[in-house]
Design a protein around this ligand. Structure first.
Ligand SMILES: O=C(O)CCC(=O)C(=O)O
Ligand SMILES: [Mn+2]
Length: 198
């Protein structure tokens, strides 16, 4: 298979964008199915002593039924649906990584987002490969270097795949900023490999 790919990071890790990873039809179908059939949750998080709900809906999926500690919250695991498995398998091939988990996020509109963070949970190992598939509305995705402050801004369109690997989680943080310009929902699937015993 041939995809147009772009390496976005100038140094300290890789972030490769594959545009048109999924066809528009497949992406639209997957979006509808996941949006309607996923058992969405909205966990509470505590920030500076205040407990609030995350500004998005999400689910955690793991083949071994293992939970996941994320921003101090323990998520229970849901099974992979057929569609989620199918996309996971395609990502595993392109990213050459046997993904066994996924975090699925639903940004209901531009008022939902995800603040600056990196996917550096210990259970993913020291240089995790993360495959991130976007469905639905286009949203801006930013990456910022922890030391130089260099910032890269890209648009993640429906059907695209972003593969972050190497030292990218160690040196760069990323976000999906809230925006008044987007009124439509977007789903993001991030496939990860949880290493047992870490
Ligand atoms: O929605 C996105 O594109 C990013 C999601 C993300 O960073 C995450 O799930 O850790
Ligand atoms: Mn992330």
């Amino acid at each position: 298979m041939h995809f147009v790919k772009n390496q976005l990071l100038p140094f300290d890790g890789t972030a490769i964008l594959f545009e048109n990873f999924l066809t528009a039809d497949f992406a639209a179908q997957a979006f509808d199915e996941i949006k309607n059939e996923n058992k969405w949750e909205q966990p509470e998080i505590t920030i500076f002593g205040n407990t609030v709900r995350e500004p998005r809906l999400s689910t955690w999926h793991n083949e071994l039924g293992e939970g996941y500690k994320y921003s101090g919250v323990m998520r229970h695991a849901q099974p992979f649906s057929e569609t989620l498995s199918e996309i996971r398998n395609r990502c595993a091939e392109v990213a050459n990584t046997p993904f066994n988990s996924a975090l699925v996020n639903l940004y209901r509109n531009g008022q939902d987002g995800m603040g600056w963070h990196s996917d550096n949970e210990a259970c993913n190992g020291p240089e995790p490969t993360i495959a991130s598939v976007s469905l639905g509305a286009t949203r801006r995705f930013d990456m910022r270097h922890r030391k130089t402050g260099e910032t890269i801004k890209i648009q993640l369109e429906s059907g695209s795949l972003l593969v972050m690997a190497g030292k990218s989680q160690q040196y760069w943080v990323h976000q999906v900023a809230k925006t008044k310009r987007v009124h439509e929902p977007r789903i993001n699937l991030t496939f990860r490999r949880v290493i047992e015993g870490l």
